[in-house]
Design a binder for this molecule. Structure first.
Ligand code: ZN
Length: 241
């Protein structure tokens, strides 16, 4: 079985469409999304509709929950908060209903999925070996999939823990060792590579491959300007930070 894992779409439709085309070309059997479908970007309803149609497993992220008014936005920066307010205003009833049915964690065959971390699936980040250590202790599945940081990452539960950020094209042989994998972000990468990030897990060949796909960043930036979304949010897309 081949599974595509995506996360942190952030209403960036051009990035999402490009990734889905690449996923289709790979011919996967399932698509799992780790949350943050909306927030920051200009096309929330279209991105939610695509995930409603396409995702076999879909989590809610902190931005989704803030936009729904389910959690407090006081941890957000001014720009994130302004974008959340804009998103709440334009979100249609179908999108709201779909997002309202999502949870920030889930189980799937061979994997535990969290938007943030096992300890706090809404707000916590797994960014390094220290946070990975407690995440391994809090879970039992061979694969622990997380999003939220917008940084592609792989850490294996060896003694001591091993792993780091996962650059484009990184291929892991999935042996008996447990792994934490973060596919990176589709719609707002922050690891210095502005291309849309995603991950393919092949449970037959036991490989995980970190992928990056070019998308027309300038089209998303133009839409953000048109909607009056904060300038800093559109500028960062070109840098991947
Ligand atoms: Zn996010």
């Amino acid at each position: 079985m081949r599974i595509a894992v995506i996360s942190d779409i952030h209403a960036n439709l051009h990035a999402l469409e490009t990734v889905l085309a690449a996923v289709d070309a790979e011919g996967v059997d399932a698509l799992w999304c780790l949350g943050d479908l909306v927030g920051y970007g200009p096309r929330p309803n279209e991105c939610v509709a695509l995930m409603r149609q396409r995702a076999d497993v879909c989590l809610a992220g902190n931005h989704d929950l803030v936009v729904l008014g389910k959690i407090d936005s006081s941890a957000f920066t001014g720009e994130a908060s302004a974008a959340a307010t804009w998103t709440r205003r334009v979100l249609d009833a179908d999108s709201e209903r779909f997002l309202a049915g999502l949870e920030p964690s889930a189980r799937a065959p061979g994997a535990e999925l969290f938007h943030g971390s096992p300890g706090d699936p809404v707000w916590d980040y797994v960014l390094d070996k220290r946070t990975a250590f407690s995440s391994f202790r809090a879970t039992t599945a061979p694969l622990v999939l997380v999003g939220h940081s917008h940084v592609a990452l792989e850490i294996s539960d060896r003694d001591p823990l091993q792993g780091d950020q996962a650059a484009a094209g990184t291929v892991l042989e999935l042996d008996e060792v447990r792994r934490i994998l973060n596919p990176g972000s589709v719609g707002q990468p922050r690891d210095g590579d502005p291309r849309a990030a995603w991950l393919v897990i092949d449970t037959t060949s036991r490989r995980a491959t970190f992928c990056r796909t070019d998308y027309p960043i300038e089209l998303t930036q133009a839409e953000m300007r048109e909607q009056g979304l904060p300038k800093a949010l559109s500028e960062r897309l070109a840098q991947g930070v």
